[in-house]
Write a protein that binds this ligand. Sequence first.
Ligand code: TRP
Length: 451
Amino acid sequence: MKTEFSSRLGLIAATVGSAVGLGNIWRFPAETQENGGGAFLLVYIICVFLLGIPMMMAEFSIGRAGRTDAVGSFHRLAPGKKWWLIGIIGIVASYTVLSFYMVVSGWTLEYFFQSLTGNLYTQVDGVAAGSESFKAHMNDYVLTDWNPILFTAIMLVINIAILLGGVRKGIERIANILMPLLFLLLIVFAVVSLSLPNASQGVEYFLAPDFSSITPRVVINALGQAFFSLSLGLGALITYGSYFPAKVKLGPTACTVALLDMLVAILMGLIIFPAVVSFNLTDEAMAGTTLIFVTLPEVFTHLPLPRLWSSLFFLSLCVAAITSTVSLGEVTISLLIDRFKMKRRTATFAAMVPLFILSMACSLSMTGVDRLSIGGMNLFDFFDNLSTNILLPAGTLLVCIFLRLGVPREFLQREFSNNGTIKAVYNRAAAFSVHYIAPWLILLILISPLL
Ligand code: TRP
């Protein structure tokens, strides 16, 4: 008997767990800031509805109809053809994402730990208090050889422990506990941040779109962010779809997951932008990684009980990261179990142990080990760029092509409507998007660097 999620709630929690991750908390605010605030948010929301939800339904349907791993499902739906190679690309991509993602998740664990012990809030000798001190800490925690590696390794061990538990007792159970906790923590943070002085200016920056700042680049970045955030393009949702019972309604499930995922991204915006404006932190402080690891700790120092807030915040980041990394790990594990008939135990170790080496290499490449660079980029940035700019859109595009050429045209309708039992307009609309809109827009992302 093929494993299935045990309940509808558990299935949603696990899938939301995959979608909600560092992409929402670490990447989304930075992308919003770099792409013009409210306008980016608006385009992002449109991308989620127009392409994200339909593509999510499409990936679910491949997994549910194939009833096996991301490679085998293509094989089963189109026997004798080479479409299963799309699944192989997914496996490769899941490793490139995991190797840098695991490193960042290690940083979040380290920040959690350093907040608990209070180290993060001791001033570093010889530098000014405030952001200089937090930058020095970041250097120490993130860029000093062995420190980040240790925490990355701990995260890997936690992932292995969960994955050894399997779909129901591992992934689903942990998501059932951790996801509500994450939402609760983020809501508390949003309330605190929105009650700071001048919060409304930050809210305005985040929510009020300035239409003149919408450029092709903004659209492309929003689309890329939507795909990453919804875990599209590398088989994670195909794998989870294969654990869906046959009667699950794909449309409502994808909508629920996408809306909750968007809610977390929006909550994050409502946490960060008011706080940054309220404490008058400069634009420079808001760039990318430093936003979370330097700017936010500084914000916490303005609140009563900074260590408590800081620990809770970095704990939520760890939570978000873990439920996403397990979904990425499960792609390969499910392949090893279904296709190569391995026991879950063997499969888990076989899939996850190579990641020790890959993520250590990524981490070390940040700390300036010269050998670990490719094409002028360190390994970390190389994997990050390769996955988000190339492998994810390519994976999604290939899924679209498969659904047009590899299976009968009615396949999607049949799957979306559970063999004709659900009659809803959105099923037609979603199939239309997957067949006719998504492929072209994704192609645009892929060729955009050449334009
Ligand atoms: N969606 C997760 C995030 O936003 C990351 C993630 C998990 C992912 N599984 C994925 C990204 C599959 C791409 C593909 O953090």
